[in-house]
Design a protein. Sequence first.
Length: 116
Amino acid sequence: VQLVESGGGLVQPGGSLRLSCATSGFTFSRYHMSWYRQAPGKERELVAAIASVGGDTNYADSVKGRFTISRDNAKNTVDLQMNSLKPEDTAVYYCIALQRGYPRYWGQGTQVTVSS
């Protein structure tokens, strides 16, 4: 099983980034997918999740209206479009496959730093 995140980096406040997660080794279309993040000294938190089929999504209150999660079941990928970034969005972002609502598979993470 592999989940490989990409797209992180340094961006100024108000800027945008698009994170991508390429997956393999499991039946992607059967799993709800999610993005979590963990900032230094803080617990990991759910940022956004998307259902295996149907496109239902949910977001943390802190990112609603700014972030959009999407998936492509044909390509086994899940993306996170992040707009209007704030310094408090700085964290390591993880792509995680959920099973019964709990993390089952996850990637190595990608660093997002929002700073001027």
